[in-house]
Write a protein that binds this ligand. Structure first.
Ligand code: SAH
Ligand code: SF4
Ligand code: F3S
Length: 435
């Protein structure tokens, strides 16, 4: 049968999981004859893979969507689909808000896409716990590093967060499926995998298999060709000594952990339903550093959570100084639909949230720069990823601790692990030279 060639444009917002879902969307539509384009005006189908984590992400999507509306006039055959977390959250309401949208597809229903694209107004939003077993071969954008989802959804219900509502209940993939995928990646020449889940530490909680996340790391480490294993995200309450031991023992597991603190105040942590105190958290960090001295630790911080007093905020500042993170992502608290924090008393004004955010960023900038400067003169192992985006004549790679290093070098180094000497440090990257 002759398959008509069509073009697909995907715009992605949000976390790595969403970016990886876009690779799966491209994979599944590739088998239907769709080819990716990076120009929306050339597309027969445009998919917005949306994020709902903060109001800003949502606004960005609606304004981008509005801007592409004119393309419907120039190409009457054009279809527009909305996937991801806003699709799940809003459902059919999107058709009312934006009548020129054709499809609304939740993150658990990517495999239904081929059936939907034939319809004029299609939705697929059901909770489908079995979809963890449906393997959709992704069309990956990178040849060296690959994302591998190990679990879907989240059961933690942090009081500010939409993810449990948009991604549904926590479900892990059977470990053999994950193993097979990583094996195939190694055969295809990939060097690095990043295991994805909202809370990778609770991997397998729903499985009947007798395996936990550290066990999975041991198994995946056996696969030849894969040189580096990363994972994201770890919830502090579930970070076990076994995981720390696995990180220490397994050569392939990189010395980096993203461990979202959110706040340094126990009162706020409790209101957030995070399930740990600052002290619990700090003890884990101390243990991590005692076992793996070179480990890089990064975090997420929310400023201006409801009822966060000046005193509570000072505790976050103190925590940042005490822990000395390698990097942070910080956000102003944003009210989200369905979440319980919306109902808390004493919401903080935007002005105060913004002031606290800039203070946090300023403090961390200084810490990050100092940490990066400490690396000057040191020899560091880097996996070369490709040409530098910021410097035309340079290559770029990452250290095991997930820091970006730019250096003069040739493109035949891509995919190789090499040693560099660090010669300069910036806020968000390092400069190196080949040894
Ligand atoms: N599962 C991961 C993170 C998912 S969301 C975890 O638990 O760590 C990524 C980050 O977005 C969160 O760590 C949090 O800092 C931030 N975030 C989530 N909801 C938010 C909200 N309503 N307002 C501001 N920041 C939010
Ligand atoms: Fe959201 Fe908390 Fe789940 Fe992370 S652990 S996705 S912050 S509910
Ligand atoms: Fe956003 Fe959904 Fe990821 S809300 S951060 S795309 S899980």
């Amino acid at each position: 049968m002759h398959m008509e060639r069509k073009t697909l444009y995907i715009r992605t917002y949000g976390c790595q999981m969403n970016f990886h879902d876009s690779e799966r969307i491209a994979g599944i539509l590739g088998t239907e004859g769709y080819q990716l384009t990076d120009r929306p005006e050339k597309a027969d189908l445009i998919i917005f893979n949306t994020c709902s984590i903060r109001e800003k992400a949502e606004q960005k999507f609606y304004s981008d969507l509005g801007r592409l509306r004119k393309l419907k006039k120039t190409n009457p055959r054009l279809k527009i689909g909305v996937g991801g977390c806003i699709a799940q959250q809003e459902g059919e309401k999107i058709f009312k808000k934006v009548p020129y949208v054709n499809l609304v597809l939740g993150p658990q229903n990517l495999d239904i896409l081929p059936e939907l694209i034939g319809t004029e107004k299609g939705t697929s939003l059901e909770d489908r716990p079995v979809h963890v077993k449906t393997y959709i071969p992704p069309q990956r954008l990178d040849r060296i590093k690959a994302w591998v989802t190990i679990m879907y959804g989240c059961d933690n219900f942090c009081s500010y967060c939409v993810v449990p509502y948009t991604r549904g209940r926590e479900r892990s993939r059977p470990w053999k499926d994950i193993y097979r995928e990583v094996k195939e990646l190694s055969e295809a020449g990939y060097k690095e995998v990043t295991l994805l889940g909202q809370n990778v530490n609770s991997f397998s909680r729903n499985l009947e298999e007798d395996i936990d996340f550290p066990d999975l790391l041991y198994k995946l480490s056996e696969i030849d060709g894969i040189e580096r294993i990363r994972f994201i995200t770890s919830h502090p309450k579930d970070l076990s000594r076994n995981l720390i031991r696995a990180m220490k023992e397994l050569q392939k597991v990189c010395e980096h952990i993203h461990l979202p603190l959110q706040s340094g105040s126990d009162k706020v942590l409790q209101l957030m339903n995070r399930g740990y105190t600052y002290r619990d958290y700090k003890e884990k960090v101390d243990f991590l550093r005692a076992e793996i001295p070179v480990i890089a630790i990064t975090t997420d911080i929310i400023t201006g959570f409801p009822r966060e007093s000046e005193k509570d905020f000072e505790k976050t500042v103190k925590a940042l100084k005490e822990i000395n993170y390698d990097g942070i992502f910080a956000f102003k608290y944003s009210k989200r639909p369905n979440t319980s924090a919306v109902k808390l008393p004493d919401h903080i004004s935007d002005k105060v949230k913004a002031e606290r955010l800039s203070r946090v960023l300023e403090i961390q900038d200084e810490i990050t720069l100092k940490k990066n400067k400490d690396l000057i003169g040191k020899e560091i192992e880097v996996l070369v990823e490709g040409k530098s985006k910021n410097y035309e004549d340079k290559m770029t790679g990452r250290t095991r601790t997930n820091k970006i290093v730019n250096f003069p070098g040739k493109t035949d180094l891509v995919g190789k692990v090499i040693n560099l000497r660090i010669i300069e440090a910036r806020h968000h990257s390092l400069e190196g030279e080949i040894l």
